[in-house]
Design a protein around this ligand. Structure first.
Ligand SMILES: Cc1cc2nc3c(=O)[nH]c(=O)nc-3n(C[C@H](O)[C@H](O)[C@H](O)COP(=O)(O)OP(=O)(O)OC[C@H]3O[C@@H](n4cnc5c(N)ncnc54)[C@H](O)[C@@H]3O)c2cc1C
Length: 468
């Protein structure tokens, strides 16, 4: 299916034919019905089957495995959760450290599973560089953030400051002010991971149906246009697509993230940039600007995208000239030598943002609902933790996975905050993003007066605090 290849650079690179698996044509009775074949659904099926091989599990996917964010993302596999510092700050120091260790272990856990299952997805654990890269205020904000992390008990082994010279040993950008290095991040080829996981769970006996959109769901039952699945457990694993399964759209806002990739760069070009060991990198801008060097030597580079009124899903990810232009401008600022390189791929996808801006993993034995999501653009690693956690909750294993502040063991969706009704959401989201863009443009202008710079940051800080 050519259309599925066009989803992203990563799907385009697959060396498999992308033939759809059979759709669900008949009613089924199963133990666990999972909706969505992205990382969350597949990791949940994997850990369930690993520990309870006799469980009868079916996955229903609207399109094909990897059609969602899992086949499109930037390939950062992070050993953390979005805003985990806020969640963990409330815990006693020892417990907090144990939770951070659990999170930092995510990339190694994924690395071990893919090695064991033979999933080749260009996994490289080179850590991440959070760079102060375009204006001096970035250095101050990164240093503040590092102090905050250390105040929570994280050490220099976890997060450490790199001077401009040290940063340049790993990544050479036009105006290095230094940055934070953490070893707890790996990079990978996202579509190879999701497609490999799909094959793995099928081999373990999970039934995966494609081209089978779920039209209705309720406790113990899901329906497609052609069939009904009765199930003890229902696991909606659709993250940014919550609007397709009411009422999930009230809890997960579909926000876009947009990426571009260059054609493969030459050895000389990479010598001028660095990133020799699979390091991920990002720039300390609230526009969430990040990238990686792909295994075939492209620069893959992304930044936050928009939100559509009413939570409508964006379907067409043929990026506009201005969407591509903004990302080109941003990486051109970091790497002026790449200003004229050809962009071979441009794409994007929908991800799910929870109202409290951190993920949740919940399970309700009474209604048979298990849900993990709201990763807010940091879901490659979080979904692995989510899958492990949902498996432990469903199998009633009282281990450390289920004793975390992002886990709710009772009450189901009632635990989650809902997004404000429109037009508040749209106005709020756009006002916040505009303040971030305004801050970035003001600070990147060396001629901007100090009072203007301060005001732009204060405004962005105030808007950011509205997100809490
Ligand atoms: C462009 C982009 C870049 C990103 N970059 C990163 C990154 O570098 N690092 C990081 O940690 N995170 C990143 N993320 C976020 C991360 O990719 C996601 O959080 C993660 O992939 C979510 O996985 P998931 O399985 O929960 O959802 P998805 O992968 O979105 O899977 C949901 C699946 O459900 C299916 N579905 C939807 N509705 C239905 C229905 N009604 N019936 C049946 N099936 C349905 C969809 O077709 C889809 O296949 C990025 C996201 C995007 C979009």
């Amino acid at each position: 299916m050519t259309a599925w290849r066009n989803i992203s650079l990563w799907m385009d690179q697959l060396d498999e034919p992308l033939k759809a698996r059979a759709a669900l044509e008949h009613d089924l009775d199963v133990d666990v019905a999972i909706i969505g074949a992205g990382y969350t659904g597949l990791w949940t099926a994997y850990y369930l089957k690993l520990q309870a091989p006799t469980l009868n599990i079916a996955i229903l996917e609207a399109q094909t495995a990897g059609f969602g964010a899992s086949g499109r993302n930037g390939g950062w596999l992070m050993g953390n959760l979005l805003n985990d510092d806020r969640l963990l700050a409330k815990l006693p120091a020892e417990q907090r450290r144990a939770s951070f260790d659990l999170l930092h272990g995510i990339p190694d856990e994924v690395g071990q599973v893919i090695a064991f299952e033979g999933i080749d997805c260009d996994y490289r654990k080179g850590g991440a560089l959070y760079c102060a890269a375009r204006y001096p205020e970035q250095e101050a904000s990164q240093r503040d953030y590092l102090r905050h992390l250390h105040s929570l008990g994280l050490t220099h082994q976890d997060y450490r400051w790199l001077s401009a010279a040290e940063l340049s040993e790993q990544l050479r950008i036009a105006r290095p002010y230094g940055g934070i290095f953490t070893p707890h991040v790996a990079t990978l080829q996202p579509a190879r991971l999701v497609r490999g996981l799909a094959r793995t769970v099928e081999r373990m006996g999970v039934r995966l149906y494609e081209n089978s959109p779920v039209t209705h769901w309720q406790p113990r039952q899901v329906r497609t246009a052609k069939a009904t699945v009765r199930s003890h457990w229902v696991v909606p694993a659709v993250e940014g697509y919550g609007v397709s399964l009411p009422p999930l759209g009230r809890y997960h806002l579909p926000v876009q993230s947009l990426l571009i990739a260059t054609e493969p760069l030459t050895c000389a070009q990479w010598q001028s940039i660095g990133l020799e060991h699979g390091q991920a990198f990002s720039e300390a801008s609230r526009q969430v600007t990040y990238g990686q060097r792909s295994a075939d030597n492209r620069l893959v580079f992304g930044a936050r995208g928009g939100y559509q009124f009413g939570g409508r899903l964006r379907q067409d990810f043929n990026l506009t000239d201005s969407e591509i232009g903004l990302r080109r401008y941003l990486f051109g600022e970091l790497f002026p030598q790449l200003k004229d390189v050809r962009i071979s791929h441009a794409w994007g996808g929908n991800l799910g943002m929870a109202r409290r801006f951190h993920p949740h993993m919940l399970c309700d034995h009474q209604s048979g609902l298990a849900l993990s999501g709201g990763y807010g653009g940091e879901g490659v690693g979080a979904s692995n933790l989510g899958g492990r956690t949902l498996a432990a909750l469903i199998l009633q294993q009282p281990n450390e996975l289920v004793r975390q502040p992002w886990v709710r063991q009772q009450g189901g969706l009632a635990n989650l905050s809902t997004w404000e009704p429109e037009p508040c959401r749209w106005l709020g989201y756009n006002a916040i993003i505009k303040s971030f863009v305004h801050e970035d443009q003001t600070l990147a202008n060396p001629g901007a007066a100090p009072w203007r710079r301060r005001l732009a940051s204060q405004l962005a800080n105030a808007m950011e605090s509205l997100m809490r």
